[in-house]
Write a protein that binds this ligand. Structure first.
Ligand code: HEC
Length: 148
């Protein structure tokens, strides 16, 4: 580390000792803060980075930027279900009246075939609530679709 500018000059022993003392305190305090923060975070904030890993399970049929067996997922937030131009949806999906948001995605992805009987998305769903929450956070973070 470069020498810090202090009023005591380069040779000053005092400030260094102070820094060492502060470091000695910072370690245990930081560790305590992390231990305290982890359970709270697990309960509250969704983790879109974890959701992106869960999204690997969708890649068999979906991509973010182009249609595959399933429609593209860019711009999903606020989109009407079954409205991506050029993709052939089932009548069942078009008839849901869903607008994709946290609630509708959570519901649909829990049990796609149960929630939208007749959907062509033949996938069992994500049963783990935390996985679903993180996946939905990731889906809602996707940017609008660019030029086609
Ligand atoms: C077996 C292939 C397959 C898999 C796996 C799959 N999907 Fe789908 N998905 C589809 C198809 C096909 C549709 C169109 C359904 C329809 O029209 O009834 C669809 C539609 C959707 C829609 C509605 C999109 C729109 O434009 O309205 C969402 C949201 C969605 N899928 C999310 C997911 C997520 C998230 C996963 C992973 C957990 C996933 N899907 C896994 C095939 C799949």
């Amino acid at each position: 580390m470069p020498a810090r500018r202090t009023p005591f000059g380069a040779a000053g022993g005092g400030p260094r000792k102070g820094a060492a003392l502060r470091r000695a305190w910072a370690g245990p305090l930081a560790a305590a803060a992390i231990i305290a923060a982890v359970p709270a975070q697990a309960a509250a904030a969704p983790d879109p980075a974890h959701g992106k890993q869960i999204y690997d399970r969708c890649l068999a049929c979906h991509a973010v930027a182009h249609d595959r067996v399933g429609p593209r997922h860019c711009g999903l937030k606020g989109r009407q279900a079954g409205s991506m131009p050029g993709f052939e949806y089932s009548d069942a999906m078009r008839a849901t009246g869903f607008t994709w948001n946290r609630q509708t995605l959570d519901r649909f992805l829990t049990d796609p075939l149960g929630v939208v009987p007749g959907t062509t998305m033949t996938y069992d769903g994500i049963k783990d609530a935390r996985e679903r929450r993180d996946l939905v956070a990731y889906l809602l973070s996707l940017p609008p679709c660019g030029g086609r």
